[in-house]
Design a protein around this ligand. Structure first.
Ligand SMILES: NC(=O)c1ccc[n+]([C@@H]2O[C@H](COP(=O)([O-])OP(=O)(O)OC[C@H]3O[C@@H](n4cnc5c(N)ncnc54)[C@H](O)[C@@H]3O)[C@@H](O)[C@H]2O)c1
Length: 256
């Protein structure tokens, strides 16, 4: 008989690349993957952050590789993927959590350069990662890919560059799911709303946090772990028939 407990969300012998892993949701995904047996590539351009997270993982008996690079740099991504292939052999999962936005701003006030930066950071980075990593996954006829979108892609409550790039991620996720499905690769997106990460806490006043809590059907904000577990599920063997999906993990704020 199959022992379900030992198999569910078990990543023993697998390699998981997590971008934006120096903090927030990416850090939590990296740590949960490691706690479930994966060798984790902790990828981010924040050198101190990735080293801290990798040390935390290895310090608690897990396996981690550090990859410090700018995810808008095509050559750097290619080099990094080659290194991972040489050192770890394969990439089973990719979670693209790197991204974000610097400020709330109207379309009229938005500088053109800032549009380019944010769209590159959130969206082009995912295209470059797909282009570099899927050939390796195709060779092994297996892969799990997750993009981090946002509730901002579902309703117009944010800044134009952020909403457009997160909306673009949903389309690119579906496009990739279609192209790579025949190679055993699933591609899905997770769309959070208000998550208690260091960045969002620093950006918001206590008054704004109170308003968010009051507006949430669950009456509270979300912890990074509550986004990371659904991501791990979508990366698990158990999620083998789920692809092209956007999972809205937002405490019901949009649906209710
Ligand atoms: N926190 C939220 O409330 C929330 C809500 C909806 C969606 N999201 C999305 O989830 C993801 C993670 O959110 P978070 O709050 O943990 O983010 P965060 O800002 O705390 O962390 C993002 C990480 O990405 C890294 N990064 C950014 N651009 C990079 C680049 N070009 N190259 C390499 N590294 C880069 C940063 O150094 C940072 O460590 C983001 O894509 C964000 O847009 C977050």
């Amino acid at each position: 008989m199959i022992k379900h407990d030992s198999l569910i969300m078990n990543f023993d012998g697998e390699v998981a690349v997590v971008t934006g892993a120096a903090t927030g949701i990416g850090e939590m995904c990296a740590k949960l993957f490691a706690s479930r047996g994966a060798n984790v590539v902790v990828m981010d351009f924040d050198k101190k952050g990735v080293e801290r997270v990798a040390n935390d993982i290895t310090g608690s008996g897990g396996k981690a590789l550090v990859a410090c690079l700018d995810l808008t740099d095509w050559l750097a991504i290619q080099k990094s993927v080659k290194r991972i292939e040489n050192e770890a052999g394969h990439i089973h999962s990719l979670v693209h959590s790197a991204g974000g936005f610097p400020q709330y701003i109207s379309l009229t006030d938005l500088p053109v350069d800032e549009w380019d930066d944010i769209v590159d950071n959130n969206l082009k980075s995912f295209f470059l990662l797909l282009k570099a990593i899927t050939p390796l996954m195709k060779k092994n006829n297996y892969g799990r890919i997750i993009s981090l979108s946002s509730a901002a892609a579902r309703v117009a409550t944010h800044s134009p560059h952020y909403t457009a790039s997160k909306g673009g991620l949903l389309s690119l996720t579906r496009q990739a799911a279609k192209e790579f499905g025949p190679f055993g690769i699933t591609v899905n997106s997770v769309a959070p709303a208000n998550v208690n990460t260091p960045r969002t806490i620093a950006m918001r006043t206590e008054e704004q946090m109170d308003r968010i809590r009051k507006n949430s059907p669950l009456g509270r904000m979300c912890d990074p772990e509550e986004i990371a577990w659904p991501i791990l599920f979508l990366c698990s063997r158990q999620a083998s028939y789920i692809t092209g999906v956007t999972l809205d993990v937002n405490g019901g704020i949009i649906m209710i």
